[in-house]
Design a protein around this ligand. Structure first.
Ligand code: ADP
Length: 396
């Protein structure tokens, strides 16, 4: 069995899964959190048992070494030679790296050029790649991009109506994110429906802390709600999603803040958190709403309305959706959120069975037999997509 490490290096975390291929079995999974802070936390699941330890971990290189050493110490592997490939989730490939690639110095140089497009994500992604390269110099590494699935959107979907020079000279266009998840979920629902991806049109609602909707026509992403950055689209845990761009300058003047500061507020203090003043977490919001907190309920309704707007519009854009699919933390685990979204889609003939909808983290058809569009819950699995592409490319 080939063992592939799927890695997701965030700004202060390093998530990993060791996956046995081609069986696609999860051998172990874990995370290092609070990298660069005191009391970093290392968590790993071995044989169903969760082990948690605290360390001081200064940077991603130290975290990577710790993870690999722990795999040996805990008997998950006997030697590093067992790891055949490492696949990295990389947030942005822009329109240069439009599909998964083997990482050489050339790809690293390209990613370094792209850092400006997504500094918060690309810098840690690069640090993770370099750390694994240093410790496992002979093991092939692959980059799997969040943007890749959206690389074939039509021009009319990715162009913003701004001066053309902004696009040509500064690469301002819609890129879209969560592509690996949208691809997995749209392919998986086709299988569950007994069809080929090329034969189904799907609207995927990836609803986690970050959230985006994707229009998938015959297996291809033709539009998605996130844009130049992951700030565009629907309201999220702490992100505003779409607003009138004129609000930015208006609030800069009112608050005496810079564009950078206002953008940070739109990224970190808006969405669920901003509207409710309660929390960015959907569980807290539902708890508060159920106790009568009107602003918590408003935050949920604002988001549900915008999601329904996208779903309805993408239903038209794909030429009639065969399925609407919910995935990610909220999409998989929050029946109430699915319910208030679907209630806004009755004009499309969408009807869900509330008893079937009462499920968490499972693959399930939740629409009624006479619903005009099927509604599914499909847990996402970005790691398995990373492992599949890694195996394919290291053997190519
Ligand atoms: P990300 O990967 O973007 O950080 P996740 O996909 O992990 O986010 O989703 C996090 C969201 O999922 C949080 O808002 C959390 O409240 C929600 N969530 C997780 N489990 C549940 C649950 N059992 N019920 C409701 N919401 C849940």
């Amino acid at each position: 069995m080939a063992k592939i490490m799927a890695v997701n290096a965030g700004s202060s975390s390093l998530k990993f899964q060791l996956i046995g291929m081609p069986e696609e079995t999860v051998i172990t999974t874990g995370i290092v959190e609070r990298i660069g802070m005191k009391d970093s936390v290392f968590t790993i699941k071995v044989n169903g048992e969760k082990i948690q330890q605290m360390f001081d971990i200064d940077n991603h290189a130290v975290a990577t070494k710790l993870v690999l050493d722990k795999l040996i110490e805990l008997g998950v592997i006997q030697s590093f030679d067992e790891i055949e490939g490492v696949g990295h989730r990389v947030v942005h490939g822009a329109d240069v790296l439009t599909e998964s690639v083997l990482i050489t110095d050339k790809e690293i140089a390209i990613l370094e050029e792209l850092v400006d497009l997504a500094p918060l994500h690309l810098i840690p992604n690069l640090t993770g790649i370099k750390a694994f390269k240093e410790i496992l110099p002979t093991v092939k590494q692959v980059a799997v991009f969040d943007t890749a699935f959206h690389a074939h959107m039509p021009e009319e979907a990715y162009m913003y109506a701004v001066p053309y020079d902004w696009y040509e000279r500064h690469a301002v266009r819609k890129y879209g994110f969560h592509g690996t998840s949208h691809k997995y979920v749209s392919e998986r629902v086709a299988v569950l429906m007994g069809k080929e991806p090329k034969d189904v049109n799907v609207v995927v609602c990836h609803l986690g802390n970050g959230a985006s909707i994707c229009a998938v026509k015959g297996g291809v992403s033709i539009d998605t709600s996130m844009g130049f950055t992951p700030l565009e689209g629907i309201p999220m845990g702490t992100r505003s999603g779409n607003i009138d761009p004129a609000v930015i300058e208006y609030m800069m003047v009112k608050k005496g803040k810079s564009a950078r500061e206002i953008t940070a507020i739109l990224n970190k203090q808006s969405g669920y958190l901003g509207v409710s003043g309660v929390s960015s977490d959907s569980r807290d919001l539902w708890d508060a709403a159920n106790r009568g907190n009107a602003r918590a309920r408003l935050a949920l309704d604002v988001q549900a309305k915008r999601i329904a707007d996208y779903v309805a519009s993408y239903h038209c854009y794909v030429g009639g959706a065969d399925a609407i699919v919910f995935t990610a933390g909220i999409g998989e685990n929050a029946p109430s959120t699915r319910s208030i979204i679907c209630a806004r889609l009755t004009a499309l003939g969408v009807a869900i069975d509330e008893a079937k909808n009462e499920c968490r983290g499972v693959e399930r058809l939740i629409s009624t037999p006479d619903s005009k569009i099927q509604v599914w819950v499909v847990p996402t699995n970005e790691e398995v997509m990373i492992a599949r592409d890694t195996v394919r490319l290291i053997h190519a």
